[in-house]
Design a protein around this ligand. Structure first.
Ligand SMILES: [Zn+2]
Ligand SMILES: [Zn+2]
Length: 375
């Protein structure tokens, strides 16, 4: 029978996570029914949820954990202050966990290892401490950053003041200014832009560790559980292209295609145009395409091996032969691009598009033939 390991419960974190969720789920609907929602409360919620999530994705994640670009003081300060408001611990702690997640993904040392189950990856790893706390020996670079260390020491105070005290204060002042009951405004600010926003931001972040390792496609690699999903990208400010991210973690983009929903990448790019960040790291297009073509080829090879095992009749043999031909073509293209990338030959955009389209067409042919065989 399933037993809750009470001796391993992380009581402070658990009380906070469950307490804030209960306040949000019970308090917010009662408040809305009683007082309604005015535009100011909504605007505050919108600002806070965006600032908090962006500070996690742009700051904690892409800047501090992966060093995918360099930032000037205002960007660092903003993301460290509003990152603290997410109540996901200090940037130093967060980056240490996250770097371990990438290094040991899907294995025991991965703090939010999806192979321990969806619940564990989402929130269980915070509620229970099943392993001894690992040493934070992978963030020596961040320890040299005075701002990061300042945030590390005062993270809970910053979160409390900026994340949970300023919204009620602003709600109070706004209502007082327009002649409404100021305490109603304060309560609304606390419940909506304060507590409910923390809960929303936290679960959107947790989704990256749970759903982004469960739902979606794996166009770049199946060697880890991370997946690409546009729906998840929408819920996570662009972090849903997680298969790409695990393959190329130092790229400042997660949604690498121009049309992919990634507000965090657009923000970083815009900040670079404003001179507030620089040194944006991008994986060359040839290497990205090579990963895609390599993965297509691996999938086709695997399926071909399964088909060949079952082939009995002459008609099946003919179909298997044409599948084999497709795999050969995929391999030939792959090796050609691999050589070009290794020799650092400049491959034109047209040539890359042609390769990409051919790979897609070959994979469509492959699936059609293999579906015919299965029927
Ligand atoms: Zn991941
Ligand atoms: Zn990452």
């Amino acid at each position: 029978m399933y037993r809750i390991p009470f001796d391993r419960v992380n009581w402070v974190t658990s009380s906070f996570l469950i307490g804030t969720a209960l306040i949000a789920l019970i308090g917010v609907p009662i408040y809305l029914v009683k007082f309604g929602l005015d535009w100011f409360q909504f605007a505050m919620f919108f600002f806070y949820v965006t600032a908090t999530m962006m500070s996690i994705t742009v700051g904690y994640h892409r800047l501090f954990s992966h060093l995918s670009f360099k930032a000037k003081l205002p960007v660092k300060l903003f993301t460290l202050i509003f990152g603290a408001c997410a109540f996901e611990n200090s940037c130093l702690n967060w980056a240490s966990d996250h770097r371990r997640h990438h290094k040991h993904v899907d294995h025991d040392e991965d703090p939010y290892d999806i192979s321990k189950g969806f619940f564990w990856a989402h929130i269980g790893w915070l509620l229970f401490k099943l392993n001894p706390e690992p040493p934070m020996d992978n963030v020596a670079d961040l320890r040299k950053d005075k701002l990061v260390m300042w945030q590390h020491h005062y993270v809970h105070w910053i979160g409390l003041v900026v994340g949970l005290m300023i919204p009620p204060l602003l709600g109070y002042l706004y209502n007082a200014n327009i002649g409404l009951d100021p305490w109603t405004g304060a309560l609304g600010g606390f419940l909506i832009a304060g507590v409910a926003r923390v809960v929303v931001a936290q679960h959107c972040t947790f989704f990256i560790n749970s759903l982004c390792h469960t739902v979606g496609r794996q166009p770049y690699s199946t060697s880890h559980s991370a997946r690409d999903s546009a729906v998840m990208a929408f819920l996570t400010f662009g972090e849903g292209y997680h298969n790409y991210h695990h393959e190329f973690q130092h790229d400042y983009r997660n949604g690498v295609k121009p049309w992919q929903w990634d507000p965090s990448k657009w923000t970083i790019w815009t900040l670079s145009k404003l001179g507030l960040v620089d040194g944006l790291r991008r994986v060359p297009d040839g290497r990205i395409l090579l990963a895609e073509m390599g993965e297509a080829r691996r999938k086709a090879q695997k399926e071909l091996a399964q088909v060949q095992e079952k082939t009995k009749t002459a008609a099946c043999q003919r179909a298997a032969d044409s599948l084999h031909e497709i795999v050969e073509k995929l391999s030939a293209n792959y090796h050609e691009l691999e050589k070009a990338v290794a020799d650092r030959v400049q491959v034109s955009r047209e040539a890359m598009n042609a390769w990409q389209n051919e790979t897609r067409q070959l994979m469509r042919d492959f699936r059609r033939t293999s579906a015919m065989l299965a029927a």
